[in-house]
Design a protein around this ligand. Structure first.
Ligand SMILES: NC(=O)c1ccc[n+]([C@@H]2O[C@H](COP(=O)([O-])OP(=O)(O)OC[C@H]3O[C@@H](n4cnc5c(N)ncnc54)[C@H](OP(=O)(O)O)[C@@H]3O)[C@@H](O)[C@H]2O)c1
Length: 238
């Protein structure tokens, strides 16, 4: 049974995929920053047996403690770097502090967790790093320069990780979501949602639960590494 560690597990997209991954037989280690109580209630309502740990991944000491916990539980075979934040602001209003926060949460949390998990993955000659990016890294919309920059950095980082780890049975890939009907999309005002919808050829927002299939595809694809998998209803094509 493979063990998956999911960061940002209290978030909307994560809650959509947790029940499916659990049903498919994966052991789940879940970490989130502040929504630990609601995540625990959610797991209990769904009758999901998973391990949960609260950590702010912007704090290296908390990441170190998190990985002591992960390693005590036998380590992770799969890491999903899903924690993220979005600050929408046009470039002339986006502050350097906001940009730092975007990079801290969307980029450095993944760097910290990847660095920690690779020790175990390299030792066991198997590992899957899956990072979560966005269509916005490729096709920004108004006010997303900071978010796009942080996710673009993440995709570049993953390609480098893929090279470094390829000889050790470890793959590193990114899934770039389009606009999924969950989580941070709920914070977008309706007029903006209506406008975004006109740019999606499929004419609908993505169903978050389908991400579980892409995670499983990457787990079972040893020859796929350094790639960005696009899931966006045709909104952007490489
Ligand atoms: N929804 C979409 O349409 C969409 C589209 C493209 C990409 N994405 C990406 O998908 C991922 C999940 O998004 P979502 O929509 O599910 O968003 P969400 O509901 O806002 O979830 C974000 C998660 O990140 C966690 N987090 C934030 N800062 C953290 C920190 N410092 N340390 C640890 N955890 C932290 C939050 O933890 P707490 O709740 O515990 O504070 C939350 O669980 C993100 O990376 C996002 O950029 C989403």
């Amino acid at each position: 049974m493979k063990t998956i560690l999911i960061t940002g597990a209290g978030g909307g997209i994560s809650r959509a995929i947790i029940p499916l991954l659990y049903k498919r037989g994966y052991r789940l280690l879940l970490t989130t920053k502040s929504s630990i109580n609601s995540l625990t209630s959610f797991l209990s309502e769904e009758s999901i047996d998973a391990e949960v740990f609260a950590a702010d991944l912007c704090d290296q000491k908390q990441v170190d403690v998190l990985f002591d916990w992960v390693n005590d539980l036998g380590g992770a075979d799969v890491l999903i770097n899903n924690a993220g934040v979005a600050h929408a602001a046009p470039a002339w209003k986006l502050t350097v502090e906001q940009m730092h926060d975007l990079f801290e949460t969307n980029f450095y949390t993944a760097v910290r967790c990847t660095q920690k998990v690779l020790t175990h993955m390299r030792e066991q000659n198997f590992g899957r790093i899956i990072c979560v990016s966005s269509v916005v890294a490729h096709k920004p919309s108004f006010g997303t320069s900071g978010y796009a920059a942080s996710k673009s950095a993440l995709e570049g980082y993953v390609r480098g990780v893929a090279i470094d780890t390829a000889s050790k049975g470890v793959t590193a890939n990114t899934i770039a979501y389009g606009y999924m009907k969950a989580g941070m999309l709920n914070d977008v005002p309706q007029p903006m949602l209506d406008e975004i919808l006109t740019t999606i050829p499929s004419g609908q927002f993505g169903a978050a639960a389908q991400i579980a299939s892409y995670v499983e595809l990457l787990i079972n694809s040893p020859y796929t590494t350094g790639q960005t998998l696009h899931v966006n209803g045709g909104q952007w094509m490489p």
